[in-house]
Design a binder for this molecule. Structure first.
Ligand code: BGC
Length: 732
């Protein structure tokens, strides 16, 4: 199909020299300070010189309407062809007004809300000169040790695919050329989330089945939703750094999936192929990456240094450049940058849009929907608005930065509503707050490791004293804001520092504790689960954190979140996920040790995938199928009745899982295939209908082909992956 844009791209390409083509394939790091020195050293003029020479097709980390206009002006007015820059930025969970971290948003299972949240982020970023985000991250995460699970949608490929699509739609809208939409980027292609032992940047060695059935589906879904760019990744996959993988980028992405946008490398990941021992020098790295289909070099400068010569030497065909540049120019045309290169550089709009009331309301709504009630023994929650003496304990409760989470480069520190502030609104400032020991020893930045307080317990006694004289103690504990994100793998998933000691000390004097968790990954909190009556998973909820938490604690918002990732009992169980394989020895049959388990911990997780309670209760009944035998062309219709058996209105995510009992490739014990969110008044029942078509019943075989095999299946229904009802059917 030769569209108007394709024709324009072709004619522009014909005018370009090899050097100009290579320039379009170079993404230059601006460090958002356009007047400061060039990233690789030297004066600001050097930075401009790169731009003037046409060596730069894109910049990243430049932001602000004024700053972007300044660099765009050079590209448009001072280069021979005047090709505008595409401006990339990590808009991961909001720009200035922050939404919950992506893992938290995933816990909402609310696709409309997630889409909305991405559109708010796009509106703010685009008002600040940015027209391309490096998101969504669609890596499946099964290993809580990996710090980047906070950026994704959790462990499940089905939920992950739907969320990937919602985020792409939210960022890109219906019209990429609109002034409030930006190009999205599905990253990190592929398998970055499977870093061995959860260690950042580590080797990935997974089989074809996991690659096709678990890792790739969310990427494919993003491509189908029209995502305009992909980012490759730092990891290798089965011995080949993915930045240099023709199999992934050319065969699968641009071949099988027909993706016609462009691929950007991850930050200098082309150069990193040298350290991996896959390329001997920059020249070879540039050659491998370009041939493999990495269209743009993020920050590594190897394309500008090597690629033109490689073409002149006949090592890389010019057609490779033409393909890459056409893809990049196409997206620039789609964004409308050729019509008006300054369309995202309106300082008035920037002032109006960023931090608007509307945006704060949207992120508050998202924050409430992201909260998961993990436990609520004897209905300790909700708190009473009057007549209950409450102590609030924990350094994180008054922290106004940690709740913003990681990956919030454009936002300002200390701008979150803290839990303390949120609760004070309800109690007319009468909440008795005692900070207790610090979580971190000093303020940390995105670039540096968090120095945890592992010794100093000052403040603990005061906390214990306050707890003694209170009816209920709310304790806000968990991870410091920068304990997750890139470069933040952990081997210990317990409450960091001296917080466990604090929790146990308070418990001794007052067991009526509501534990509010702040964290960017599943934590191993077995002790708390055993002893603490109420546990609320409040993640890092962004700008409106405290308001969202207070509304839930005081019962003005009934929580409905469900875990997008399994919580382990201890770190030794990790990776742990609901869709595991049965193994040949799934249960202890003969009272001996020879079955698949650990001898020192229960086989089950602490909280399963999909788990989340409400202030009301739901009962599932009447699971029905429209037949018990189906042919491949039939739809399997499933219905179930859900009743609100509690006293208040509540929302429930009704979850449908299947199991394909026998497969040519073994199948997981459960696979999520559908879900629906319903709202029910107390005492009211609703029949929820699902339709499974054949697409839902198949899987990828080891040749990467999607197959549907006849045989027996089970259907499971419930409010978590630990389902309550099941039925059987046969596919003939
Ligand atoms: C990360 C990417 C990010 C890029 C640009 C890299 O270190 O892996 O996810 O988009 O930096 O900031």
């Amino acid at each position: 199909m030769n569209t108007e844009i394709d024709k324009k791209v072709d004619s522009l390409l014909k005018l370009m020299t090899i050097e100009e083509k290579v320039g379009q394939m170079n993404q230059y790091n601006g460090f958002w300070d356009v007047t400061g020195p060039a990233p690789e050293g030297g004066s600001a003029e050097k930075k401009y010189e790169h731009l003037r020479n046409g060596w730069v097709g894109s910049m990243l980390t430049v932001r602000g309407a004024k700053e972007v206009r300044a660099v765009q002006k050079i590209a448009v007015e001072e280069t021979r062809l005047g090709i505008p820059l595409i401006i990339g930025f990590d808009v991961i969970h909001g720009y200035k007004t922050l939404s919950p971290i992506p893992l938290a948003e995933a816990a909402s299972w609310d696709l409309k809300a997630i889409e909305k949240s991405a559109s708010v982020a796009a509106a703010e970023a685009s008002a600040s000169g940015i027209n391309w985000t490096f998101g969504p991250m669609v890596d499946i995460g099964r290993d809580a040790r990996w710090g980047r699970v906070m950026e994704g949608a959790g462990e499940d490929p089905f939920l992950g695919s739907l969320i990937a699509q919602a985020r792409v739609k939210g960022f890109q809208g219906d019209d990429l050329s609109a002034v409030n939409t930006i190009a999205a980027c599905a990253k990190h292609f592929a398998a970055y989330g499977f870093a061995e032992a959860g260690k950042e940047y580590n080797t990935v060695d997974i089989g074809t089945s996991t690659l096709h059935n678990i890792v790739l589906p969310p990427f494919k879904a993003a491509a189908e939703a029209g995502v305009r760019t992909f980012m490759n990744s730092f990891n290798e996959l089965n011995g080949v750094p993915v930045t240099g993988s023709s199999y992934l980028q050319r065969d699968i992405l641009k071949g099988e999936w027909g993706f016609n946008g462009f691929v950007v490398s991850d930050w200098a990941s082309i150069n990193e192929m040298i350290s991996w021992g896959h390329a001997k020098d920059k020249r070879e790295a540039a050659k491998i990456a370009a041939i493999a289909g990495s269209d743009m070099d993020m920050e590594g400068n190897v394309y500008v240094e090597e690629l033109a010569q490689l073409v002149k030497d006949g090592v890389v065909e010019e057609a490779i450049l033409d393909d890459a540049v056409s893809r990049i120019l196409k997206v620039k045309f789609e964004l409308g940058l050729f019509d008006d290169p300054y369309k995202y550089c309106d300082e008035t709009r920037e002032k109006e849009v960023i931090g608007s009331k509307k945006h704060r309301e949207a992120v508050l709504d998202m924050a409430k929907k992201s909260i998961v009630l993990l436990k609520n023994k004897n209905n300790l929650l909700p708190l009473k608005k009057e007549g209950q003496k409450i102590a609030l304990i924990g350094a994180l409760a008054s922290d106004k930065s940690s709740p913003l989470g990681s990956w919030r480069i454009a936002s300002d520190d200390e701008t979150a509503v803290s839990v303390l502030e949120g609760m004070q609104k309800y109690t007319g400032n009468s909440v008795n707050y005692v900070k207790g020991p610090d979580v971190a020893l000093e303020t940390t930045t995105f670039l540096h490791e968090v120095k945890l307080n592992t010794k100093d317990t000052s403040g603990l006694e005061e906390a214990v004293t306050a707890a003694k004289s209170s009816d209920v103690v709310v304790m806000v504990l968990g991870e410091y804001g920068f304990q997750t994100g890139e470069g933040r793998s952990r081997t210990n998933l317990q409450l960091p520092g001296v917080q466990q000691e604090l929790l146990e000390a308070v418990y001794k004097v007052n067991p009526n504790i509501v534990l509010v968790l702040n964290n960017g990954r599943p934590l191993a909190i077995s002790w708390a689960d055993e002893h603490i009556p109420a546990i609320v998973e409040a993640w890092q909820l962004g700008t409106e954190t405290g308001n969202a938490v207070a509304e839930v604690l005081y019962g003005d918002y009934n929580p409905s979140g469900k875990l997008p990732m399994t919580f382990p009992r201890n770190v030794g169980q990790v990776p742990i996920y609901y869709n595991y394989k049965n193994t040949g020895r799934p249960v202890d049959k003969d009272d001996n040790v020879f079955w698949s388990h650990y001898v020192d911990v229960d086989k089950t997780p602490l909280y399963p995938f999909g788990h989340g309670l409400s202030y009301t209760s739901f009962e599932y009944s009447d699971l029905k199928l429209n037949a018990s035998t189906f042919s491949i062309s039939d739809e399997v219709q499933v219905s179930v009745t859900v009743t609100n058996t509690g006293k208040v209105e509540g929302k429930e995510v009704v979850q449908l899982y299947i199991r394909d009992l026998v497969g040519s490739i073994t199948r997981p014990v459960k696979e999520l295939k559908a879900f629906e969110m319903i709202t029910l008044q107390p005492g009211v029942s609703k029949t929820v209908n699902f339709v499974l078509n054949k697409e839902a019943l198949g899987f990828y075989n080891n040749d990467g082909k999607y197959v549907i095999e006849s045989g027996d299946f089970k259907v499971f229904l419930g409010g978590s992956s630990d389902t309550v009802l099941e039925a059987d059917f046969t596919l003939e």
